[in-house]
Design a protein. Structure first.
Length: 194
């Protein structure tokens, strides 16, 4: 098995030489950071470049293993998440959690993809009843989400094929019991890249 530093070098080789992050950092900059042994910085910049340039699941899996070996748990989960998105597509939404006084959650939850709430995406059973679907939830740009707050989120459905009908502007509801605990508006639906 390769060590984390070898894996990071391999990930760089999977990118086109002209790839760069939104902040202007390039593949050449990453190679310089490797020479300086700035391993955590290398990982972060590779993730930023991949946010701009489509990459393979192999790229994300390589970064996930490097992050695991570096004991960067949140980065590992993020790279695993992005690998899943490359295989199955991306659903992004703006989620507003209802406050406790509105029947919503009583406390915040970690936004790192471990929560697996139920969602009303319009599915119905054969007899016409509401059929809820499970999707993991990643809160963008925040470590957690509290009742009454709004944030952009990414959804990873357990059965992606049931979610393919969603489009920009659709509204779905998040459930942990009855009634709904959150309302989300779809802001982006991207197909699989793998």
């Amino acid at each position: 098995m390769n060590n984390a530093f070898t894996l990071l070098r391999q990930a760089v080789d999977l990118l086109p030489e002209d790839a760069e992050a939104e902040n202007g950092q390039t593949v050449g900059d990453v190679r310089e950071d490797i020479e300086r042994q700035e391993w955590e910085m290398v990982l972060d910049v590779l993730i930023e470049i991949a946010d701009v340039h489509p990459v393979s699941t192999t790229f994300w899996e390589t970064l996930a293993e490097a992050a695991r070996q570096m004991m960067l748990d949140r980065s590992r989960r993020w790279c695993e998440w992005r690998s899943w998105e490359a295989k199955h597509g991306t659903i992004r939404a703006t989620l507003t959690l209802l406050g406790a006084d509105e029947g919503g959650r009583q406390s915040a939850f970690s936004g790192d993809g471990r929560l697996r709430p139920l969602w009303d995406i319009g599915s119905r059973t054969a007899d016409g009843r509401q059929d809820l679907n499970i999707a993991r939830l990643w809160v963008e740009f925040a470590p957690h989400l509290s009742p009454g707050e709004t944030a952009d989120v990414r959804l990873a459905p357990l059965q992606p094929e049931h979610w393919r009908h969603l489009k920009l502007g659709d509204v779905i509801t998040m459930h942990e019991s009855q009634p709904a605990v959150g309302i989300a508006e779809i802001v982006e639906v991207l197909p699989a890249r793998a």
